[in-house]
Design a protein around this ligand. Structure first.
Ligand code: APR
Ligand code: PHB
Length: 393
């Protein structure tokens, strides 16, 4: 088998990159370890920056998002028993975010790829990467018991945090940076109307809480929990009681509860890989970096990587500009570290760290300061709507 760009992983990064390259006449093959049903079973965040929205439109996979997604002009932060709105639109000169689930984005991209007839191989086992330091990289994998070789010009490692791509980088060339947080998020999806029209992030002595949504009838809520907690420790009733206890009284009163349709615990981590290019292999999205979900930046960061690689590849194949592929890491990492900073900061000011009362007082002061100052609110707003993408030139 032969292709121009071999893409490992059919999450949002791999699918979006594949679609954009295909529309430019660049041949891709996507290899995915799991089945399509498994990939679509994952529930992830649902706040899209304008940069991602624009890229999905360019990929011609935005029709359903444009119909069913909801534009949000602000969100709230609660602390000290009060609620403070961050008016994204007013503070950023008109910018907003789109609330539309990542699972739906993935489905739309899968459908768009299927319609093009481009090759995607699901349940590809034992994917292995060879010769990235030569002009002829190669991937081997097993499909239905048969070993297949895929020859390509370049490899895009879009295979998430646990994928094979980052692990295939030469150990003496890769450096990683990591912070693990001493708590997790317990998330619940329920077929209930959201407690409010906009997202609410809450700092409370009992721990962080988040009220989010997928639509006017589907809500997504989270509470900070101990890393040692098991999902069986959390009945629906315990979850709703805990969530209510962490929200201001007037918000808690509005909360409509119901049976959970999904419940899961996720750890929180900050992680960055440097560089993101090893010979002819590029790391994209979660394969290269992780943010804690507090700023809703995971998919949006993957998006700026895809944007950068897409334009560098396009100009390489169409204009012979191979110099841009060499700039991939540096361009991506400048934006990644800024989003890492914002996600770390949002996590730091909103969670309970080991019941440390000094820390809690500092958080209250920081939240009171930022939300009472035009400069502070603007800082939060311009990061939340997403920092600009760097031109690839
Ligand atoms: N071979 C082939 N595919 C693999 C392999 C492998 N060895 N390892 C992992 N994969 C697949 C996974 O099954 C998954 O479908 O790669 C895909 C990676 O997808 P994601 O983890 O969703 O990563 P990415 O596409 O970069 O998405 C960006 O945004 O909100 C965040 O973390 C969230 O996933 C989200 C991310
Ligand atoms: C979500 O809707 O799942 C969500 C929203 C905002 C976040 C994290 C998760 O910051």
């Amino acid at each position: 088998m032969k292709t121009q760009v071999a893409i490992i992983g059919a999450g949002p990064s791999g699918l979006l990159l594949g679609q954009l390259l295909h529309l430019q006449g660049i041949d891709t093959v996507i290899l995915e370890a799991k089945s399509p049903e498994y990939v679509l079973g994952r529930i992830r965040a649902g706040v899209l920056e304008q940069g991602f929205v624009d890229l999905l439109r360019e990929a011609k996979a935005s029709a359903r998002m444009d119909m069913e997604g909801h534009v949000h002009e602000g969100f709230s932060m609660c602390f000290d028993g009060r609620q403070q709105r961050v008016d994204l639109k007013a503070l950023t000169g008109g910018k907003t975010v789109m609330v539309y689930g990542q699972t739906e984005v993935t489905k739309d991209l899968m459908d768009a790829r299927a319609a093009t007839g481009a090759t995607s191989i699901y349940e590809a086992e034992n994917v292995q990467i060879y010769d990235i330091d030569t002009e002829h990289p190669r991937i081997s994998f097993i499909k239905n018991g048969e070993v297949i070789q895929l020859h390509c010009d370049y490899i895009a490692g879009c295979d998430g945090f646990h994928g094979v791509s980052r692990q295939s980088a030469p150990k003496d060339q890769i450096k990683t940076f990591e912070r693990v947080y001493p708590f997790g998020w317990l998330g619940v999806l329920s077929r209930t109307p959201p407690v409010a029209d906009e997202l609410i992030y809450a700092n409370h002595p009992r721990g962080f809480a988040l009220c989010s949504m997928r639509s006017s009838t589907l809500s997504r809520y989270y509470v900070q929990c101990a890393l040692t907690d098991n999902i069986d420790d959390w009945s629906d009733e315990r979850f709703w009681d805990e969530l209510k206890s962490r929200l201001p009284e007037n918000v808690a009163k509005q909360l409509v509860t119901g049976p959970s349709i999904e419940k899961s615990i996720a750890p929180l981590r900050s992680f960055v890989t440097e560089p993101m290019k090893f010979g002819r292999m590029f790391l994209v999205g979660d394969a290269a970096h992780i943010v804690p979900p507090t700023g809703a930046k995971g998919l949006n960061l993957a998006s700026s990587d895809v944007y950068t690689l897409y334009h560098a590849m396009r100009k390489h194949y169409q204009e012979g500009r191979s110099d841009l592929l060499e700039k991939y890491s540096d361009i991506c990492l400048r934006r990644i570290w800024k989003a890492e900073r914002f996600s770390w900061w949002m996590t730091s000011i909103l969670h309970n760290f080991d019941d440390d009362e000094f820390n809690h007082r500092i958080q209250q002061a920081e939240l009171a300061y930022y939300t009472s100052s035009e400069a502070g609110l603007t800082t939060i707003a311009e990061n939340y709507v997403g920092l600009p993408y760097e031109a690839v030139e």
